[in-house]
Ligand binder design. Structure first.
Ligand code: UDP
Ligand code: GLC
Length: 541
């Protein structure tokens, strides 16, 4: 496979040779061009012509290869031909000012011809390299993700990567259990750590922090460019992965998919971050996979290109077996929950916008209920501070709140609960925990906003309450506690809906279709580089 890494080295070497030749050229004697040399001096002229042609061919070829992608072939070709010919004429003019030397037009023609030949040589080499690259039936995908922790976006990526482990690699900007999980499913994973300045830039970062992060980001970007050249598609799974991977994919000449797991809006991102994300997505991505209609709508409202978007929800393995009564009993005991206590599960990372504090507040009005908070503060210092506040808040509830920490096996927790609560105070982009509650056949109460409001039909497959309203949440909890028949009906309806809507295999197929569509226009891409398309191609529907 002709990799661009190798091309870059060849480029340098050939440029050196061509430069050497140009530097040595004026030392040759007075030349006259002849195709059929008879005398020794004519042999020198003859060689000069062909070497000149050759050196310009090399120049054309190497400059072309250095450009990388096959875009805008014609304009670049004419630009380079003109530039190199101009250089040649200038050299000839300089030489003709040396006493005893004349302007040699044969050299200029040789240069022009060489340049055109070189450029076509470059095109052929790139075509060969592309054909090699697309030789595999399945596109080679490089997944990019900023974190080493296991959030919902990473769990979704694990499921996507699992279906194409042999044809994918992952590049993370932080080490952690996500790397281990990817390696366990057979996905080769590299960690390229983001410098401290860049890694502390969070979703709310302002200008100062963003500026400080630039050197680290540029360094990482160059490493990603190198890596991306060995793949057919770059797949950015998080915001920082897009900011770094977007320009890197462009520089490497590779198409980019941005899997949008976030709602790009105030509350979730600072203004500056919103603009940076939209700019990168609009200019670098060939497809944006939004995890819900709400995520897609927010992207478009913020200025994102609608024609890039396709909505694909998260997918879930439908469990064939659930935990046994014994297992749930012993789990309750280990958490310190009385065996008959009515139990509310709230699963998910501890972060203010996830609204665990809303549940704890609501619990005051539901005297007999116990709550299990499954999850940990995963990402920021703010999250860790919030987790401490939750512990303080829980003290008021005299032993009715149980912190389970982060667990990789969550099913037993869903199985031992009587009800599952989602209480995000900002619109939830998707909300995996809601579907997981439905698949566990538990009644789910969720915040009426974002993806959550798309997953649940109020009073059919769950209950929706307004975000950040503890009293409404308490009322919904009491309703389910007192009307177990209604709770059971909505739980069963939710189970059917979740099974029908969120089966993992269907979701994997949709993602794979997007990958193929983005990767496959390679023969057309070659054509479109020669005959540029009027409009950029729309992504998968
Ligand atoms: N989760 C987990 N262990 C925990 C807590 C949560 O594996 O201790 C999982 C949970 O089952 C869900 C994901 O983390 O699949 C959280 O995804 P969600 O979309 O609900 O929220 P996110 O944290 O991604 O915003
Ligand atoms: C993000 C979102 C969450 C979503 C998950 C998977 O972490 O916050 O709502 O479910 O990605 O798409």
């Amino acid at each position: 496979m002709i990799t661009m890494k190798r091309n870059a080295r060849i480029t340098l070497l050939l440029l050196l040779i061509a430069g050497l030749w140009l530097a040595l050229k004026p030392t040759l004697g007075n030349r006259r061009f002849t195709f059929l040399p008879f005398r020794l001096s004519e042999y020198i002229d003859f060689m000069d012509f062909w070497l000149n042609l050759g050196s310009f061919a090399l120049l054309g070829l190497t400059v072309w290869l250095a450009f990388g992608a096959l875009e805008k072939a014609f304009s670049r070709m004419w630009m380079m031909t003109g530039f190199i010919t101009l250089l040649n004429i200038t050299l000839e003019l300089v030489q003709s000012s040396i006493p005893g030397r004349e302007m040699d037009f044969a050299d200029v023609w040789a240069g022009l011809l060489g340049c055109v030949l070189g450029i076509f040589g470059g095109i052929v080499l790139q075509l060969l390299s592309i054909r090699k690259k697309t030789g595999r039936t399945s596109p080679q995908v490089l997944f990019l993700d900023q974190t080493g922790r296991l959030g919902g976006a990473e769990l979704m990526l694990l499921d996507i990567a699992a279906a194409r482990a042999a044809d994918s690699e992952a590049l993370l900007f932080q080490d952690g259990e996500f790397r281990t999980a990817l390696e366990n499913i057979g996905v080769k994973t590299t960690v390229l750590a983001l410098g401290e300045d860049a890694s502390t830039v969070d979703k709310q970062a302002g200008l100062k922090r963003v500026l400080r992060s630039i050197p680290g980001i540029l360094q990482l970007m160059l490493q990603v460019v190198q890596a991306a050249r060995s793949f057919d598609v770059v797949y950015a799974n998080t915001a920082k992965a897009l900011i770094i991977g977007g320009p890197a994919a462009r520089l490497a000449g590779r198409p980019l998919i941005f899997h949008l797991h976030d709602i790009i809006a105030d509350g979730h991102f600072s203004m500056l971050n919103q603009q940076a994300l939209i700019l990168c997505a609009n200019h670098c991505a060939q497809s944006v996979i939004a995890n819900s209609e709400a995520t897609k709508d927010a992207f478009i409202a913020c200025g994102g290109r609608a024609e890039l978007c396709v909505v694909v929800p998260n997918g879930f393995r439908i469990p064939t077996e659930r935990s046994s009564t014994e297992e749930t009993k012993s789990l309750r005991t280990s958490l310190g929950i009385p065996s008959a206590a009515w139990t509310v599960l709230m699963a998910g990372r501890l972060a203010h916008w996830k609204g665990q504090h809303v549940l704890l507040e609501a619990l005051k009005a539901v005297p007999n209920a116990h709550a299990v908070l499954l999850g940990d503060a995963l990402f920021t210092d703010e999250d860790r501070k919030y987790a401490q506040q939750l512990h303080t808040q829980a003290e008021e509830l005299s032993g009715r709140v149980h912190f389970a920490g982060f667990q990789s096996k969550t099913m037993p927790y869903f199985d031992m609960a009587d009800v599952v609560v989602h209480a995000s105070v900002y619109p939830e982009p998707f909300g995996r925990v809601i579907v997981e509650g439905m698949l566990a056949c538990k009644p789910v109460i969720a915040s009426r906003a974002g993806g959550a409001a798309e997953i649940i039909s109020h009073e059919q497959t769950g209950l929706l309450v307004n975000p950040g309203r503890p009293t409404e949440l308490a009322d919904a909890l009491l309703r389910l506690q007192h009307d177990s028949e209604f709770a059971s009906i909505i739980a069963h309806q939710a189970l059917q809906t979740a099974r029908a809507t969120y089966a993992l295999s269907a979701v994997q197929e949709k993602i794979e279709a997007v990958i193929h569509q983005i990767a496959s226009p390679q023969e057309p891409e070659v054509l479109s580089s020669i005959i540029p398309p009027k409009k950029s191609p729309p992504c998968a529907a």
